[in-house]
Design a protein around this ligand. Sequence first.
Ligand SMILES: O=c1ccn([C@@H]2O[C@H](COP(=O)(O)O)[C@@H](O)[C@H]2O)c(=O)[nH]1
Length: 280
Amino acid sequence: MTTTRLSTFGARLREAMDERGPLCVGIDPHAGLLAEWGLGDDVAGLRRFALTAVEAVAPHAAALKPQSAFYERFGSAGVAVLEEVVAAARAAGTLVVMDAKRGDIGSTSQAYADAYLDPASPLGSDAVTVSPFLGFGSLDPFVDAARRHGGGLFVLALTSNEEGPEVQHARLEDGSTVAGRVLDHLRRLNAGADPLGSFGAVVGATIGETEEDLAFHGPILAPGYGAQGGTAADVRRIFGTAAANVLASSSRDVLRKGPDVAAMRDAVRAATDELAALRS
Ligand SMILES: O=c1ccn([C@@H]2O[C@H](COP(=O)(O)O)[C@@H](O)[C@H]2O)c(=O)[nH]1
């Protein structure tokens, strides 16, 4: 069974950011955080951690971003918890960005797209992170599925890790960088979308200066804000006029405040206020 949403991901994200502010909270159950919360490094601990965090922050954030790896490491039981996280976020009316960084040859990308973008799938999310490094065209099944289901993509472009530039800054035959070419593809996919395209880029809040044109009329997922050292001032400096389309993502900085629910909420509010000030 397939389910079709009535609005595009870009429209839903714009509305969510306008109402709740431009913060995405990562639901990343690191082993170290489970220990800090007094939980076991097992499926019961994973479940308690993830669902407590979702309950605490979902109503206050524009989106949640579970990092699939932290669930996959527990095998099928961990993936079942990830399914519960998706369901709980959706029940709270909060957008879900599945951070799975998928990408493969087209025929396999189709299966990933069905898993993460069909709302009828147990892991069906509003958007998924994908890797373009098998060639942007290998993402066509994700693009088609996003269009069909009103979903979105966040395509890796300028990632927050220090190893990223080796590949992402490399020059192509026309002088553009690999990252610039990714952004060009996104500009094409978002042409004519109103109020915001559904085909986003991942651009870290840690990258410092960039020569790239970030005005591609799509959302920008900016991890690295918080625990990796990215600040609100960095967001303003890096993204400039595109800052209104930035969804800053923070995981550990919020989750470290748990299991105290009020403290996690306070951290979300503080980050949201700081980021929202950039837009005024
Ligand atoms: O370039 C990227 C892309 C994705 N991530 C992911 O975001 C979070 C960051 O967590 P923090 O605890 O806020 O540092 C994590 O899930 C990464 O896999 C990224 O950091 N950089």
